[in-house]
Design a protein around this ligand. Structure first.
Ligand code: ADP
Length: 366
């Protein structure tokens, strides 16, 4: 297996604008790295450059310490699994998995061993004689992964492999992929637009937006300490709530949201940098799960926000309460027994130890 390093990687399709901009990523040996970001942000382009399916416009790509910019895909020792499986319909599962090895003139006996071992790992031994059309989406996806495994690649690349599966199967396959990573102990680079997939699968997540790396970190680093509003808003579901207010002196320094009466004394915050924003606008970020229906005993300070609920979603395990502030929807995640009614006033209690602040100009965390 191998590490993968992208140094100042650029990509332009038209020779004018870069859709991937000075990307620096280091993926360690055996790491499960997830590239995540909205549609069109350049994820697939990055993956396809690693695979050798797209030319690299600028920068250097290293696999296992070797610069591979100019190597053909077949010489890079990587295997890619695509969203649409790309199986040969006229071949059985066995033939589909054996095909690449046959082309490489691997001895028949070895092919047989490798295909059977991969089938065993993926628990698809009983499907080896079937053709793709006689299989479910999940089974086809396994075969596509099997075809990658038999090649013993240094690096596995996955391009939105679960997108074509229904919601329930996607959840199952997420767990399967984790198990697979444990069994294979392989370097995996996985592309998805789905933050839940990124959070649940990645040892490390690389968040891309508009061709630029916004932040890299473990799932919990990104969740707890986002560098900017984009990452804060992208990681976590339902997403973080943003409230624009200002820092003003009212005796002591406070964050104030005039219309709702929300007021937070900065002396109660651990984050001292916020005081530098006296007299300026600032954006507060709070996750739905850090908002309560009443102050919690023994756990710090809470700031009260008086609002009116516009909708309630009872999920059984939790209750999502929707309110509107400054024409923007906010979501709170209450316990399911909370007494809230649609259209009635509701007080939100924000855990002030969990509040994030952002500079409205740079959108960077303060
Ligand atoms: P993602 O995988 O994040 O959805 P892509 O890497 O597919 O994003 O695309 C990034 C940008 O590059 C988009 O603006 C897309 O339109 C453009 N793009 C992708 N492939 C090509 C191509 N073959 N030719 C021209 N532009 C492309």
């Amino acid at each position: 297996m191998a590490d993968v390093k992208l140094n100042n990687i650029d990509k332009s399709y038209d020779g004018k604008t870069n859709v991937v901009k000075n990307v620096n990523i280091e993926i360690k040996d055996k790491e499960f790295a997830v590239l995540v970001g909205p549609s069109g942000c350049g994820k697939s382009t990055v993956l396809r450059m690693i695979a050798g399916l797209e030319n690299i416009t600028g920068g250097d790509l290293f696999i296992d310490g070797n610069r591979v910019n100019d190597l053909l895909p077949k010489d890079r020792n990587i295997a890619m699994v695509f969203q649409n499986y790309a199986l040969y319909p006229h071949m059985t599962v066995y033939q589909n998995m054996a095909f690449g090895l046959k082309l490489k003139k691997v001895p028949k006996k070895e092919i047989d061993q490798r295909v059977k071992k991969a089938a065993q790992i993926l628990e698809i031994e009983e499907l080896l004689d079937r053709k793709p059309k006689a299989m479910s989406g999940g089974q086809r996806q396994r075969v596509a992964i099997g075809r990658a495994i038999v090649r013993n690649p240094k690096v596995f690349l996955f391009d939105e492999p679960l997108s074509n599966l229904d919601a329930k199967l996607r959840v199952q396959m997420r767990v399967e992929l984790q198990k697979l990573h444990n069994k294979l102990q392989a370097t995996i680079i996985y592309v998805t637009h789905d933050q839940t997939e990124a959070m649940t699968l990645g040892d490390r997540i690389i968040v891309l937006n508009d061709g630029v790396v916004m932040q890299t970190g473990t799932p919990m680093e990104l969740y707890n300490n986002p560098d900017n509003m984009f990452v804060a808003g992208f990681i976590g579901s339902p997403p973080v709530n943003f409230i624009q207010g200002e820092i003003r002196r009212a005796g002591s320094l406070n964050f104030i949201h005039e219309k709702s009466g929300l007021k937070i004394d900065l002396s109660e915050l651990r984050n001292k940098a916020v005081s530098g924003f006296e007299g300026k606008k600032i954006i507060l970020g709070i996750r739905p799960e850090d908002i309560y229906s009443k102050p919690q005993a023994n756990s710090g300070h809470f700031a009260k926000l008086k609002t009116t609920s516009i909708a309630i979603e009872q999920m059984g395990s939790e209750m999502l309460v929707y309110v509107v502030l400054d024409d923007k929807q906010l979501i709170a995640r209450f316990s399911p027994e909370s007494k809230v009614e649609t259209g009635k006033p509701v007080d939100l209690f924000l855990d002030i130890n969990k509040i994030l602040f952002f500079d409205p100009d740079t959108e960077q965390v303060i």
